[in-house]
Design a protein around this ligand. Structure first.
Ligand SMILES: *Cc1c(COP(=O)(O)O)cnc(C)c1O
Length: 396
């Protein structure tokens, strides 16, 4: 069949460039130790930053949620799928991040990917002349949201406030939407949110903050990037994911109530999909309590100690550390094949580290993406440090 032959040739072309991705099937819960093909691996590749994905209390809450609400929600939020647990979660999320917004309201989404599609298309739906200003290193879901909105999109260079300011000044659009990750997912560094917000307020632009990697991990209470930077503004549109530090799944947007009402009325990724099972929303209530409580404080402090340990322990010369203070600790290698060899060598030793290649990152910047979790012990991190230091020496 000619169509299949075309696809096979396209796959072969990926393979030739060392760009074929392989899935590994995990036979255990997400955690620092996972079972793959009968082997126990020490994993440094999940986004379960606080080690909550297999937390006893959240698992119990999920079971309780299923007992109360059943399993499927049966319909979209606007038909009959908006269940009490979803409403309670929205309220709880407003408590969580509402201090940083004006007249705050929140809505939940099935995934962060969908939340980002919804926010960007929703904010621009009423104005075909709207313009989007998107940070160069933004997550794919933000890029896709801009594409789906079909309005003019400017990509500004990474963290380049002057370039963004020039673009905003030159824009005649009545609706301007600046979009950025708070913690860059493949680099681990933080966006200059304080300065970005000032620019947005000055130029009357929305600031959409994707806090997928900051929610739960940043701020004393784990409230995320807005707490970390101590921001408050009606211009902020905040997106947090609930499948990373929160350990469950889904996402939410919190913003001024008028923004949220706009999303409910106009955002197709909200309207045309079945609501997540209410039991997940119920489990998330427990997860948020943990994030905000003493356990969250302890786990974040432990995570920070592990980040410092890695920082002090790595002695790399050819490979490059990126200046990250977050749980995302990339080791930049550059070449795709060398990155894959390094990943494979670590895997041989029982250390599972993510290998990231284009198009996820720019060509020539393939890397190991080490992610740390509060579930790791200091001995776990010591093992990784020793392996990485030795591997770089031996591969020279
Ligand atoms: C993971 C991620 C998303 C998508 O969230 P999901 O809930 O996994 O769909 C969006 N933005 C960033 C920056 C992410 O890292």
């Amino acid at each position: 069949m000619e169509l299949l032959k075309q696809l096979s040739q396209q796959l072969q072309a990926l393979d030739d460039k060392q760009l074929i991705r392989k899935r590994r099937t995990v036979d255990s819960p997400c955690g620092p130790r996972v079972l793959v093909e009968g082997r126990e691996l020490l994993a440094f590749c999940s986004n379960d930053y606080l080690g909550l994905a297999n937390h006893r209390k959240i698992k119990l809450a999920l079971q309780e949620g299923a007992a109360i609400y059943g399993v499927g929600s049966g319909a979209s939020h606007l038909i009959s799928g908006h269940v009490r647990a979803h409403a309670m979660l929205e309220e709880r999320l407003v408590q969580f991040v509402g201090d940083h917004l004006e007249a705050p309201r929140a809505i939940t989404f099935c995934t962060g990917y969908m939340a980002n599609l919804a926010v960007i298309t929703g904010l621009t739906a009423g104005d075909r002349e709207a313009e989007i200003f998107s940070e160069e290193l933004n997550h794919a879901s933000l890029i896709d949201g801009a594409r789906l909105s079909r309005v003019k999109t400017h990509v500004y260079p990474h963290a380049d406030l002057a370039a963004l300011e020039a673009l905003l000044k030159a824009s005649k659009a009545a609706t301007k939407v600046v979009v950025t990750d708070s913690v860059f997912s493949m680099d681990g560094n933080l966006a200059p949110l304080t300065a970005l917000l000032a620019l947005c307020e000055q130029h009357n632009a929305w600031l959409v903050v994707d806090d997928a990697h900051g929610f739960g991990t940043l701020g004393d209470k784990g409230h995320g990037a807005l707490e970390h930077f101590n921001l408050r503004s009606p211009y902020l549109v905040y997106m947090g994911t609930l499948g990373k530090a929160a350990g469950v799944g889904g996402a939410f947007v919190a913003a001024h109530e008028t923004v949220i009402e706009t999303l409910i009325q106009k955002a197709r990724p909200y309207i045309f999909t079945t609501a997540t099972p209410a039991a997940l929303a119920h489990a998330l209530l427990t997860s948020l309590d943990l994030l905000e409580g003493d356990e969250g404080v302890t786990r974040r402090a432990h995570l920070q100690a592990l980040v410092a340990q890695l920082d002090n322990g790595l002695r790399l010369e050819r490979w490059q550390r990126l200046p990250s203070k977050t749980a995302i600790q990339p080791v930049l290698i550059g070449d795709n094949a060398e990155t894959m060899r390094a990943g494979a060598a670590l895997y041989e030793q029982g250390l599972w580290v993510g290998t990231i290649r284009p198009p996820t990152v720019a060509p020539g910047t393939a890397r190991l993406r080490v992610t740390l979790s509060a579930g790791h012990t200091s001995a776990d991190v010591a093992k990784l440090i020793a392996a990485l230091n030795a591997l770089e020496r031996d591969s020279a």
